[in-house]
Design a protein around this ligand. Sequence first.
Ligand code: HEM
Length: 411
Amino acid sequence: MKNSIDRTDIESSPAYPASRSACPIKLAPLVDKLREERPVSRVTLWDGTQPWLVSRYSDVRDALRDPRLSSDPRSPGYPFVTPVLKQLELMGGEPISFVRMDPPAHTRQRRMLAREFTAGRAEKRRTQVEAVVSSLLDDIIAVGPPADLLEELALPLPMLVLCQLFGVPYENYAYFLELSKVILNLTSSQESLDESLGDMVAHVDRLVTNKAAHPSDDLLGNLVTDYEIPGMLTHQETVNLVLTLLIGGVDTTASALALGLLELLLRRDQWVLLLDHPELVPAAVEEMLRLHSVAATDGMPRAAKEDLEIAGVTIKEGEGLLLNVAAANRDPRVFRDPDRFDIRRKAEKQLTFGYGIHQCIGQWFARIEMQSALTELLRRLPDLRVSKPLEELSFRHNMLVYGLDSLPVEW
Ligand code: HEM
């Protein structure tokens, strides 16, 4: 059946992103409503542009693998959800990261990283990841309750794992974290954004240059030896690849872990179920990921390179789209009673890591980090609980990646 939306009906296109004010761990009510009533609908962004918001699971998944949609911010119609995103994505006039490139440029760069990020490679690092988790928990337990699991576990974990993977000293982690807090803040002033980005680029530049002088068998060393020195990557491209991993891999994993733990701790029966059945940890992590699509939570931006149809609605060449993965992950057509946290459901179909050619390259690392953290928390702190009611927790509405400002716990 054709969708009955009139293409000229743009007056009714609501302001977007919509407020989540009703409940910080649910979708904005508008998004739920659009998914049920107008699954492909115009919305109005801060700059007056009116991209299409796509919100049903099957439409979002199909669109994510549709080669007629571009991820390149220079494509006509490409939507920028906030002014800072516009600045970040168009910096220097070209996409910095291959996540914002189309083939063949995207394919070329992704291939250079892919071998380091397979499920098998990530699995081989599980013991190292567990050791990082263990030492972070040693510190938390030594100090005693209360603790902030975001600052003390969820954020340092992916950053330390990346330092290990890159082959750079752990001392880098605090500096990177400090800079990325400014870079990922959607309300950062132009000046502080420029300054922090400049510092981050300069620091990564030094690390890469240092690897060229002292080659080593790690991700950074291999990128330099195999691609930069033979001239297949420019020095700037190598730096940009490292920046992509730092910016894409830390806040996302930290937020997914902290929000997922919050959901779990709020549902005591599920925590108890896991205490009795630790073999359900991988399923619990998929459910954590399903409920909180922390990256591009307002929709993954794309632009139509030619006319196409989604659920009966014609999208014209040069029009923008926001593929709302968060709405798709709560589509009742695919996930029954979707707002309920249920580790027994089959949540692996979740689209939190995207789909198609840009599907998250770091997903296996993220899963292993989240699984290791959860396993150790269950084992060492079985009485863990959130120390404040949900209404008193503070959520980040102003960051590129949705999440908590802190996760206060006691045991
Ligand atoms: C829970 C944690 C994570 C989430 C939710 C997440 C989410 C995503 C999503 C949705 C995309 C696709 C974007 C698009 O199609 O426009 C993506 C791509 C990417 N992610 Fe992740 N990510 C996570 C962790 C990581 C980690 C740990 C790393 C690296 C260590 C990483 C590196 C990347 C890279 C390099 C891309 C670009 C892939 C491409 O364009 O081919 N991510 N991620």
